[in-house]
Ligand binder design. Sequence first.
Ligand code: F6P
Length: 365
Amino acid sequence: MLKTLAILTGGGDCPGLNAVIRGVVRSAIGLHGWRVIGIEDGFEGLINTPRWRELDLNAVRGILSRGGTIIGTSNRGNPFAYPVEKNGKVELTDISDRVLDNFRKLGADVLIAVGGDGTLRIAQGLFEKGLPVIGVPKTIDNDLQATDVTFGYRTAVAIVTEALDRLHSTAESHHRVMVVEVMGRDAGWIALESGIAGSADAILIPEIPFSMSDLCQTIKNRAARGSRFSIVVVAEGASADGEKVLLKTAGENLGVERRGGSGHRVGDALADCLDMETRVVTLGHLQRGGSPTPYDRILASRFGVKAVELIAAGRYGEMVSLKGRNVVGVTIASAVANINRVDPQGELVTTAQHLGIMVSRNPNQ
Ligand code: F6P
């Protein structure tokens, strides 16, 4: 029987989204003769008159290596907490029934929601209200439970590592401290892995409040040993003992808390405690842009194909997931129950420390 699959990409974009879309379209059409449509701009595309487009084989030609998402995305449009103006005041309102009605108008049989924690929570909510849903985990932060890794993450680590390599030469030439702020709202995976790969001297992650005095001392110790430059990687969600996580202007994106500014806060504090020039680089959305690495193209393609396989088996409410060497299905509920954070006592942190990198605190000070 002909099925119509609707796919949307929600939340921040991420390298590999197009590879998922292509994987879904190619296997849905090629293997089953099904039809695929793309909902535009995430759940925003279902809030009012549905916005969607046909995704046939032509539509996905040449997109494997392209960053971003051809169907658009948005981190607004949470139907369970949508900003609605009432008596001159904006209130977050549950409009999920309207979204379900709009989805039914499309005549689609199933929704494939490709997204991070926020998008998958919405998908789970709609599934609990009766919508057949399949999830695909996406985020450069790698902070989703129930999958070993999300696609997009390895591309972000490669981009940050390259930036650290480049910053080394200028830091060394000028005898400066370079502070590099990277993404990672609640989890320090990008900071930690790129910091190890890019030979950072200190890595500050959200999971371990950092000690500013340890950081100053670490850099002073390096200088005393003749290394007149240092590289400090700071996750945007990292904060020092007793400090609050820095948030960007509230209200701009109602319902979504944004991070940012941790790099400058650390840079200013270092300038006060060191007799060295300090510069701050915020990599920001560079980490999300551009072409996915081969690893992410392959993982995203496998996720797209597996999503279609789960639909063929009627396994709604599940999310594709990498477990060891295999892509399997797990419940979306298990993926959104908790955030996947770096284990402060785990092997990756210990490895960094044994390499002489300070991870939020210096164990020797
Ligand atoms: O969740 C992915 C992410 O890139 C976070 O690391 C970051 O905090 C956030 O998205 C930034 O979102 P925006 O695109 O809204 O600035």
